[in-house]
Design a protein around this ligand. Structure first.
Ligand SMILES: [Fe+2]
Ligand SMILES: [Fe+2]
Length: 190
């Protein structure tokens, strides 16, 4: 289902595994930002008819945020400051202005972020199985939800303008492939 043209760098996994507490704090912020992104999409006229669906996604992301916070508490990891993701900032920088163009680009960016989360959570679920089964199960439990968000955002864009979405998706998949390969030593998921 995922369309990515480039694998995330091979050293991503070792970086994450070596910094799990910091990555969990970053993950908490990622879920918080996913909830606010769903709400931010409600400002577009083309998405007014989808406001309940977007609320449902925001609620789900807020629940994920709560789950990560509970995990932090249980592991005595302090909630802390977020780092900005150069990959997400790079995608968002290419969102064009103007109602119709902006909503399609914004939805594609949200879709790709959800898709990369789905992909990485799947890898973590399998890689953590032996060394941290509880965390592995936690990540496995998020895969389906993030995969659904990926598909929902992409289908929302397509229902607004299918050919424009395909054209911009082609652009964004190339941009993702370029940005994902750039080194990021910070202990972050994206
Ligand atoms: Fe989530
Ligand atoms: Fe999500």
């Amino acid at each position: 289902m995922l369309l990515f043209r480039e694998k995330f760098p091979a050293d991503w996994l070792s970086k994450v595994l070596a910094n799990l507490p910091a990555v969990l704090v970053d993950h908490a912020h990622l879920e918080r930002k996913a909830a606010t992104s769903a709400l931010n999409l409600e400002k577009y006229r083309d998405l007014f008819p989808r406001v309940e669906e977007l609320n449902a996604i925001a609620i789900e992301e807020l629940q994920h945020f709560q789950l990560v916070l509970a995990l932090l508490k249980q592991r005595r990891i302090a909630f802390g400051q977020p780092y900005p993701s150069p990959w997400i900032a790079g995608l968002m920088r290419s969102v064009r202005s103007g109602q119709r163009q902006q909503v399609i680009d914004h939805l594609i960016c949200c879709s790709l972020i959800e898709g990369r989360s789905c992909e990485k959570f799947q890898v973590l679920a399998s890689e953590l199985k032996a060394r941290d089964p509880e965390l592995a199960a936690f990540y496995a439990g998020l895969v389906e939800s993030e995969g659904n968000h990926y598909a929902t955002y992409l289908l929302m864009a397509k229902s607004i303008d299918d050919s424009e979405t395909n054209r911009r998706l082609d652009f964004y998949l190339d941009l993702d492939a370029k940005l994902i390969s750039e080194p990021n030593p910070l202990p972050m998921l994206h």
